[in-house]
Design a protein around this ligand. Structure first.
Ligand code: FAD
Length: 554
């Protein structure tokens, strides 16, 4: 008899599971349930629909119910909510939201892909009109309608993560003066603070007001349709439209009610084939916990790529073809007012939280293509790697051009278990308008390899000002005069061969320049003469970001 597969949730994980199932099993009966009016819609496009970049709602519908039926013989039941699972009888209770009726449906295999719900803390005034979250097309239609009818001029975005920044950009695009309220002292929580600093400066340059390091305490209604947000500090922020983007919570209600095990992070627990504790039930997407490939710990990564891949893995498993899910590394990108911000793998703070100590980091600021070709823009790149073996642990990058390409290369290298030597050796595309003969990825690998090989000791940025080392700025005097790290003396690289005797040989020397390259040359020169030199990776550019983020004093 044909297998009956029921899927709860018809968007990223559920829809890709259904389509893959059909390609593997022509006989299976596949039914996709979603309580919303659409399946397979582009959640990731919603901020741009609010911003009117995507003007037609229909463009958000990646695949229609008819396409699923005609092309794949998959039955789609929208506006159908799955209320409960009876594991003993292998049935689900389904409510037809339009007709108001309920019935039980039998399954041989059940796939849960219910996603994650925006967090809406039970704070005073949270349900006032004009306060929205963005998850579905109807949510964004409501925001568009509010903008069209109420003509708001001020927006408040609560939460400065990926969705918050995308919403801030799109509300600004609609002409609203936008403020971001964020509990952490930085935007973009997945990034380390010094990598988030250029993002904050870019937002400020676009007239987005940042209110960082302050949590949301509640809302009050003001005059007319004004909403006053109350911050924990006592600050009052007025707006005519509020977006809540303070994170998402896995939808585990169905799983919990059916006594399916949850993991330590509160997501549905699954094995590498995305199977839950029940051999007839699989779960995928934002609702599940999976292994972080870098820390080995369970984690929840609410991103579309993992959800899609997990949907395929579940389909393979249902069809008896074990293709284990490799785990997640949280590769992500966001565009904000022309700036691209991307990351993959572990952050420094994530490593510290996980108790990892044997790692190092390098910073670099290369142009996104050859400097001699017009228009090169800097990429601010941080690479984290294990010591002493050089295994790549993570990377973060910020810049105007070519950012996501570099992070994608490093993400792939991480998947392959590569080391910084592999990055140094990577053979990548080069023509002047696209990259460099030494691509930023190669450079990151070379710098890190120099450290791993003992050729370039790295000085500790956080020890600046406390360590006994003498701080030496090896830039030219005019650069030094324009701004330098407090306490640094100037000895330009161009004069170092002649004047190195001015430095003590028996005392640690910490060298820096503009971005780290000249200080590297100086470090190599001095080390070979028997000096105790180390390089402050990323130089003055990194110092400015670290100072901006409050990591070092300035
Ligand atoms: P979803 O895609 O959320 O699908 C779950 C579906 O299940 C929903 O339609 C829901 O209505 C339905 N459902 C839940 N419970 C039931 C039930 N009991 N019965 C019936 N139906 C039910 N990720 C990226 O990688 N890049 C991006 O740029 C990006 N941008 C985003 C922007 C926004 C505004 C949002 C909201 C998300 C964004 N994401 C992005 C995240 C990405 O969309 C999710 O990670 C992905 O959609 C998760 O897939 P899923 O199948 O787990 O859940």
């Amino acid at each position: 008899m044909a297998k009956r597969v029921l899927i709860v949730g018809g968007v990223a994980g559920g829809a890709s599971c259904a389509a893959r199932l059909r390609r593997l099993d022509e006989a299976a009966e596949i039914v996709l349930y979603d309580r919303g009016p659409h399946v397979s819609f582009a959640n990731c496009g919603l901020p741009y629909f609010v911003g009117d970049v995507i003007a037609d709602e229909r463009a958000l519908l990646v695949a229609s119910s008819e396409l699923f039926r005609d092309r794949f013989r998959i039955e789609v039941r929208t506006r159908h909510e799955v209320l409960a699972i009876d594991r003993a009888r292998r049935t689900i209770r389904v409510r037809d939201l339009a007709a108001g009726t309920e019935r039980d449906e039998r399954y041989d295999a059940l796939v849960l892909s219910p996603g994650a719900a925006p967090i809406r803390p039970p704070l005073p005034g949270i349900d006032l009109p004009g306060i929205f979250a963005v998850r579905t097309i109807p949510d964004s239609v409501r925001i568009r309608r509010w903008i069209a009818e109420r003509r708001p001029t001020r927006a408040l975005v609560v939460g400065g993560g990926f969705i918050g920044l995308e919403m801030a950009e799109n509300l600004a695009r609609r002409g609203l003066r936008t403020t971001i309220l964020e509990k952490l002292p930085q935007v973009m929580p997945p990034l380390d603070p010094e990598m988030a600093d250029p993002v904050a400066r870019h937002l400020a340059a676009q007239d987005v007001t940042l209110h960082l390091g302050d949590g949301l305490a509640g809302f009050e209604s003001g005059s007319g349709s004004e909403i006053v947000a109350l911050a924990e500090s006592g600050t009052r922020l007025s707006a005519d439209l509020v977006i809540l983007s303070i994170g998402v919570r896995p939808e585990t209600g169905l799983a919990r009610a059916a006594s399916l095990a949850l993991g330590p992070r509160g997501g549905i627990a699954v094995d590498a084939e995305m199977r839950t504790a029940d051999p007839h039930i699989w779960a995928v997407g934002d609702a599940v916990e999976v292994r972080d490939v870098l820390t080995g710990q369970e984690t929840i990564v609410p991103l579309a790529g993992p959800a899609n891949r997990q949907g395929r893995v579940a389909a393979e498993s249902i069809c008896g073809r074990a293709r284990p899910f490799r785990g997640v590394q949280a590769t992500a990108v966001v565009g904000v007012f022309g700036l691209t911000v991307a990351c993959t793998g572990a952050s420094e703070k994530g490593l510290r939280r996980a108790g990892v100590r044997d790692f190092e980091r390098v910073y670099l600021h290369p142009g996104h293509h050859a400097g001699y070709y017009p228009g090169a823009k800097p990429i601010h790149l941080k690479l984290l790697f294990a010591v002493p073996d050089g295994r790549i642990l993570g990377a973060q990058a910020v810049g105007l051009e070519g950012v996501e390409k570099r992070i994608d290369v490093i993400a792939t290298a991480i998947q392959m278990g590569a080391t910084v030597r592999d990055l140094a050796e990577a053979e990548l595309c080069y023509a002047p308008q696209f990259g460099g003969a030494k691509d930023p990825v190669n450079l990151a690998g070379m710098i890190a390899t120099n450290h791993v090989d003992g050729l370039m000791p790295l000085a500790d940025w956080t020890a600046l000002g406390t360590a006994p080392a003498i701080l030496v700025d090896v830039r030219e005097p005019d650069e030094y005069a324009a701004g330098h790290i407090p306490g640094a003396r100037n000895l330009p690289l161009s004069e170092l061969r002649r004047r190195h005797g001015e430095l003590p040989r028996d005392h640690p020397l910490t060298l820096y320049c503009g971005v780290g390259q000249r200080a590297y040359y100086a470090t190599r020169f001095l080390l070979q003469l028997g000096y105790r030199a180390a390089n402050l990776s990323g130089g003055y550019a990194t110092w400015q970001a670290l100072r901006g983020a409050g990591v070092v004093a300035g």
